[in-house]
Design a binder for this molecule. Structure first.
Ligand code: IPD
Length: 287
């Protein structure tokens, strides 16, 4: 049967707002929050309670759909062609436990492994980002819904030296992963004389989903991260593409990333220069 994307989008918004109320009512503590693989990989009772609420509501409305969520994921669980809700109950858990105001719920629907609906809600700022494949993406603030990107005529992209670039440390701080991240941070920041790209600045906001919607809206130009999961990117990917942005693989050379890819590079919508920025970022990463 035809999938009614609009109806799913409306349900996801309602669920996101309920999740937002749960997050704002919680009093997480960073001393008592649990950790997963190491001291920088946090989880709270609220992550788990929100995911439970979300999966219960979504699967009772769409019992034949699949569900992949950060807190119930198990190694070997695969995204299939079937309609699948791809959910991060709290993206930016570290921010959540510190009350740093950049955490959100990220609700995506993937169909044939492509993001078809995305809803991202930051309850602290009451900012709701939404998108439906082929129908544009929007931000709703203070009850006003605005089409993305925020600048109706975004400026051309020139080179990285004019860009605000987001990248994250993530929770993997070991070995080659850590070495690559460190190199990218320092190359992006360094002056041209020192062989760097001399970007305007680097941001590490602590939520992959918020990074993606900031690129979609044009409030930052580029986001690169190695180490994301499908639930970090599914919803934001839809919103980004609908706003004219592009998503490629974070590893140099791959213009066709997949939801299982783990590394991503997003560039905002622009009348020209998107591919030049991708290639310049890939040089920084690959060198
Ligand atoms: C994490 C955040 C963080 C990013 C990690 C994600 P979580 O999600 O998005 O910014 O660096 O890769 O896993 O654990 O807070 O849901």
């Amino acid at each position: 049967a035809e999938i009614n994307l609009q109806e799913i989008h409306d349900l996801l918004i309602d669920v996101a707002r309920e999740a937002g109320r749960m997050m704002m009512a919680a009093t997480p503590s960073y001393l008592s929050s649990g950790t997963k693989k190491n001291s920088a990989d946090l989880v709270t009772e609220t992550d788990q309670a929100v995911e439970k609420m979300v999966s219960t509501r979504l699967l009772s409305a769409y019992p034949h759909f699949k569900f992949i969520g950060e807190e119930t994921y198990y190694p070997g669980q695969k995204l299939t062609q079937e309609p699948t809700f791809v959910v991060d109950p709290i993206d930016g858990t570290t921010n959540f436990v510190h009350t740093y105001p950049a955490f959100c719920i990220s609700l995506g629907l993937a169909v044939n492994k492509i993001a078809a609906v995305g809803v991202i809600y930051n309850p602290f700022l009451d900012e709701l980002y939404t998108g439906i494949k082929g129908r544009g993406s929007f931000v709703t603030r203070n009850g006003t819904k605005t089409r993305l990107p925020l600048k109706q005529e975004p400026e051309p992209l020139k080179d990285l030296s004019t860009c605000l670039v987001a990248t994250e440390w993530g929770s993997d701080r070991t070995g080659n992963n850590y070495a690559v991240k460190t190199k990218v941070f320092s190359k992006l920041a360094a002056s041209k004389e020192d062989g760097g790209a001399m970007v305007h600045s680097i941001r590490s906001g602590g939520s992959a989903a918020i990074n993606l919607v900031l690129v979609a809206s044009g409030q930052q130009d580029v986001f690169w991260e190695g180490g994301c999961w499908a639930w970090d990117v599914c919803a934001g990917w839809c919103i980004l593409v609908e706003a004219g942005g592009i998503m490629v693989d974070g590893n140099p050379g791959d213009w066709q990333p997949t939801m299982e890819g783990r590394t991503y590079l997003a560039v905002r919508g622009a009348p020209s220069g998107q591919k030049d920025i991708v290639e310049e970022m890939w040089r920084v990463i690959g060198e």
